[in-house]
Design a protein around this ligand. Sequence first.
Ligand code: ADP
Ligand code: MG
Length: 238
Amino acid sequence: MTALALKKISKSFDKTQVLKDIDIEVNEGEFVVFVGPSGCGKSTLLRVVAGLEDASAGEVWIGDQCVNPIPPSKRGIAMVFQSYALYPHLNVSKNMSLALKQEGIPKDEIAERVAEASRMLKLDGYLERYPSELSGGQRQRVAIGRAIVRKPKLFLLDEPLSNLDAALRMNTRVELANLHKQLKATMIYVTHDQTEAMTLADKIVVLRDGQVEQIGSPMELYNNPVNQFVAGFLGSPA
Ligand code: ADP
Ligand code: MG
């Protein structure tokens, strides 16, 4: 089953075109990484999928529905940002449960979901703490937890590890891979980091200047890059 389909997506800001005719299909349960240099349009593409930006042309399909007219909160997605975007005045538990409360989900179900997510993310001991009392890695786990509790059809992660130091980045990367296995969720993960792309992805989409250069498994791209750019970017010798 197709979880996400982007059909000829273009996006311009004023007269500058930042996305051009993007066609991508993502299968249910896949871990797909959008990779490309800074400024190539990765975040904009994710924001178009989320509905935080309207496409200038083209269609976004989630499951069997064209979601162009559907607002972000009704798209069945959850987004995790590089900056964590936690509420500083709410403790971990409240940060995770706020969106569920707003959706009118019953209290005991909220408690259950928060408990489950915090177990998965090893945050059980931290539920009463405030963001300022957490390490960077813990904050990022709260941000991920906030996405998990919503049980989205689609996770969108925009460079979620880029504010962490190297060692923590590697640990969190492994945790994310495990989480994906446990949740069996569809994940779209944006990064400019080749290692993250090669180690996490079922499928990599290489972007350059707002266009898709190549789509394939890490090994396909490594062994058969379509051009020097892909070869150079993913570190193969071609
Ligand atoms: P990436 O995430 O790959 O680094 P972005 O999607 O953030 O790239 O940006 C792609 C291009 O679009 C950049 O040139 C950026 O300056 C431009 N851009 C992004 N958002 C806006 C905006 N709201 N208004 C004008 N230009 C934007
Ligand atoms: Mg970005």
